[in-house]
Structure formats: C-alpha cells, structure tokens
Write a protein that binds this ligand. Structure first.
Ligand code: NAI
Ligand SMILES: CC(C)[C@@H](O)CC[C@@H](C)[C@H]1CC[C@H]2[C@@H]3[C@H](O)CC4=CC(=O)CC[C@]4(C)[C@H]3CC[C@]12C
Length: 440
C-alpha cells in the first residue's frame, strides 16, 4: 500500500481542504487551576491561567466541518477506520504507529502527522493499511483540521518534551497547550469523536516542594504545584482534553476523551538513554553516581505505553461512559529503582559501570553545578545552545521519588502490559548496543 506523503497547508493537503478561510471565533475559556490530588487539578505558579482564547482560523474549521456529512463516525462499524497519530515520528509516536499496524484490526488508514517525518515511514507501504504521512505543525490550526477531518480517533502524542532549556517557555506552551487546543477544536469542528491524549506523570509531580510520590495512583492526593514550563504545559493541556469530554462535535454526538500519564519512558529510541551511554563511553566506560539509590523512579517500557494507547483508543468508543474524561497512569511493573540504577540495567550489560554506592559529590555541590549550568546556558544562548543533562530542574526531579502503583487502566479497559520486564530489558539492551556501535 503506497505511503501517501501530504504536506500540510503548503501542498496537496490544502487542495483537499479547499475552502479553509481565515476567521476567528471564541473558544470556551478555562477556569483558574486550584490545588488538587493526582486526580485533581494542579497549579502552575507564574503561568497565565487558561483563558478565553480566540483560536486562529476556527471559522475555517466550521467551513471545513460543513463539508462533512453528519454522523460520519457512525459509519465506523461498516468501514475500516481512520486513525490519526500526531507526533507519530517521535520516540513514543513511532511505537504507537507500529503497534497500531500490528495490533489494530479495524485500521483502514493510518495518518502519521509530525513536523519531522521519519524515513522509516517508507517501509510501511508494503502492508494492507494505507499509511498517510502528513508533514504538519500542531500549532497551525488549519493543518491540524485537515489531518483530523474524517478520522475516527486521534492519538495526540505530539509535544515539545524539553526540560533542558532548548526551547523557550513560550514555544513549549504554544506546542503543548495551543497545539492540543487545536487538536480538540479540529475534532469538534470536523466530527471526530474519540481523542486519546499523551499526558505525563509530570502533570502530577514531582512538585516544586520535592514531595515524594510513593506508589501513588490516579486518586492519590498530592499537591501538584509546578513552575517549569514543561510540566505546566502538560498539566494545562491535559486539563483542556479532560474538560473537552462531552462537547458536541459536528454531527451532534459527544466528544469522548481520555489522558494517559506515562512515567519515565524507556526503550528503543530513547535519546536520553543513548546520551548517557555515549557519555559513559567518552569517560572510559564509567558513569558517576549523582543520585542516592534510595530515590526511586517508576519507569515504563515504550512498547507497553504504545499498547496502552492502542487499547484506550479501541475501548474509548465501547466504554465511553466509564473512560470519558478519565486519566490513567501508564506503568508496567518495571522495577522501582533510582533513575541512574535503572539506566544501568541496560548500560551495565553494554559495558558501563556506575561508580559509587552513594553520590560522589555532596548534594549542595550538585545544586551549585546545576545552577552554574543554568547560568552558562543563559550567558551562552546568544552564541550557542548549551543544554546539559544537569540543571536545577532535572536534578530536582531525579532526586525526588516518584513511583506509581495502579490498576485503573486494567479495571477500565483491560490493559495488561504486552511486554514483560525481561523482554523490555532485552529489547532495550539490544537497541543501546546498536546505538552505541553506531556512535563509535
Ligand atoms: N519521554 C518520556 O519519558 C515521556 C513522554 N511523555 C509524552 O509523550 C509524548 C511523546 O514524547 P516523546 O516521544 O518522548 O518525545 P519526542 O520528542 O520523541 O516526540 C515528540 C514528537 O512530536 C513532534 N512534534 C513536536 N512539535 C510538533 C509540532 N509543533 N507539530 C507537530 N509535531 C510536533 C516531534 O517532531 C516528535 O516527533 C509527549 O507528549 C510527551 O510529553 C510523557 C511521559 C514520559
Ligand atoms: C544529571 C543527573 C542528575 C541525572 O540523573 C539527571 C537525570 C535526568 C535527565 C532525568 C531524571 C528524571 C527524568 C524525567 C522523568 O523521567 C519524568 C519525565 C517525564 C516526561 O514527560 C518527559 C521526560 C521527563 C521530564 C524525564 C526527563 C529526564 C529526567 C529529568
């Protein structure tokens, strides 16, 4: 099946959505966040509350919607379904794309929407499912609308995952919040009824006070207070998605949404793991402990996160009353370990050693070095991007226990990890070894 390449807004895709005209309509505002638990609402300190935003080109979406027959989604039972994955060429997105092709029998067309299309998409053209690669930007409402139009379900993973200061806070907000708003409005205007959003554990914590989250679940009370632009943007976007649940879409039926909160994802394609490996190779095979082994992080294998997305997208229609507006942590029983010790499960078999049973440097010195990195990043920004792994935010997150223990996804839509810990570990080791050899 040929992979159709469509270039949003600047190429053939616009021809498919002719009649898209500029216009502005109001988008329902969002209230001010209050404090709340893992199931409640967090607070973004120093960030604008979600307010009445006049979405760009929303009128065009209305024009677009008028061209679609009401109840298009209702005919889903009679035809193969159209899925749209935003961010489909990212670390998680690629696994979601491949998992859909392998394990979603209802799939008729798979639209892969991303700013940067991967060359690997070409290999997908041999299968029975039509794969449509769409180069587009979620911050461009008309590009999102064109990609969403006619889709049965949207899996929205696209996002700017930046805790290293590479992008500005404004850009992070524009992509993660406005981009999500555009996806929601496109669903409403074009009649797409099912939306699965890739949220994050960071919506909950760790919070700015360094409170541990120990074996928590979706109902655990926790003071979710954030300052950093990334968690703030994810929390605001998740709020938009959950509050859009039940909105009437074009055709008169309700939108059904849910949000999945992966903990730290690992597996094939995890660039941070690759960076740690390459750092160790540069240091003669040694990595130096910076975080106490007692600080546990719950991590989740990317294949199991992808599987949860596929299941949630499938069950959202059948279990709309139960799943609509709900959040689900993504976890798979991977061992609770410190971030560094967990990484060594893969880097150790690849020849690296973690030096020190306890941190080699006192915490105050790490805090100083992290602050120095932040200062250097600010000073050097006009000349060069300096974005090391160690900064005040990454140090704080790494030093705060965050583990989840939950069966909500299993109870609500039958999620069970597809990959065992042993299988996840083996697959990741093989990938690190291959990534490392390509680095030398
Ligand atoms: N990596 C992790 O440990 C975790 C990630 N997540 C979430 O999972 C999602 C995917 O994350 P990763 O795969 O790790 O990141 P990634 O950076 O590998 O993938 C994100 C994808 O979104 C695309 N993208 C970014 N801005 C875009 C835009 N304006 N328009 C269209 N596409 C755009 C990128 O090109 C990329 O392919 C994100 O929403 C992230 O917040 C949640 C929890 C943990
Ligand atoms: C330099 C040392 C202090 C080193 O240990 C720093 C590790 C640091 C880069 C990572 C520690 C915790 C990670 C984050 C966590 O897994 C939660 C995340 C969720 C997301 O949605 C995106 C990624 C991340 C923020 C993740 C990023 C890397 C860490 C901060």
């Amino acid at each position: 099946m040929p992979v159709e390449h469509r270039v949003a807004a600047r190429g053939r895709l616009r021809a498919r959505v002719v009649g898209v005209v500029a216009g502005r309509v109001s988008v329902p505002g969002m209230g001010q966040e209050g404090e709340g638990g893992a199931s409640g609402r967090g607070r973004c300190v120093g960030w604008p509350a979600l307010d009445e935003r006049r979405g760009p080109l929303q009128a065009s979406l209305g024009t677009l919607g008028q061209r679609l027959q009401p109840g298009m989604a209702d005919s889903a039972q009679a035809q193969k379904l159209v899925y749209l994955v935003t961010g489909g060429c990212g670390f998680l997105g690629e696994h979601v794309v491949r998992m859909l092709l392998q394990r979603e029998p209802r799939l008729g067309e798979l639209r892969v929407f991303d700013r940067h299309l991967g060359p690997w998409l070409e290999e997908l053209k041999t299968g029975p499912v039509r794969v449509t690669a769409i180069q587009g930007d979620v911050t461009e409402a008309h590009e999102v609308a064109a990609a969403v139009a006619g889709a049965h379900v949207v899996i929205h993973t696209a996002g700017l995952v930046d805790v290293f200061g590479r992008a500005s806070p404004e850009t992070i907000h524009e992509v993660n919040v406005q981009g999500t708003r555009n996806v929601i409005e496109a669903c409403v205007q074009t009649g797409t009824r099912f939306l699965v959003y890739t949220s994050s554990m960071e919506v909950v914590g760790p919070n700015t006070k360094g409170h541990p989250f120990y074996r928590g679940n979706e109902d655990t009370l926790y003071e979710a207070v954030h300052r950093h632009p990334y968690p703030c943007s994810k929390a605001l976007a998740e709020r938009l998605v959950l509050e859009a649940n039940g909105r009437e879409v074009h055709g008169g039926l309700p939108l059904v949404t849910c949000a999945l909160r992966p903990t730290g994802i690992y597996g094939e394609g995890h660039q941070i793991m690759r960076d740690f490996y390459r750092q160790g190779l540069r240091l003669g095979g040694w990595l130096f402990r910076a975080i106490p082994a007692s600080v546990e992080h719950g991590r989740v294998y990317v294949g199991n996160v992808a599987w949860m997305h596929v299941l949630a997208a499938r069950e959202l229609e059948r279990r709309a009353a139960l799943m609509g507006g709900q959040v689900y942590f993504c976890y798979d029983g991977s061992p609770y370990k410190s971030y560094e010790d967990f990484n060594m499960e893969f880097l150790g078999p690849c020849g690296l050693q973690l030096v020190g049973a306890r941190p080699l440097l006192p915490y105050w010195l790490l805090v100083f070095l992290a602050a120095l990195n932040a200062l250097l990043q600010w000073l050097l920004r006009p000349l060069v991007l300096y974005a090391p792994l160690l900064n005040p935010y990454t140090l704080a997150v790494a030093n705060t226990t965050f583990t989840v223990s939950t069966d909500k996804a299993q109870r609500h839509f039958g999620y069970e990890p597809l990959f065992s810990w042993e299988d996840s570990r083996t697959r990741t080791i093989l990938w690190v070894q291959a990534a490392g050899s390509s680095a030398q």
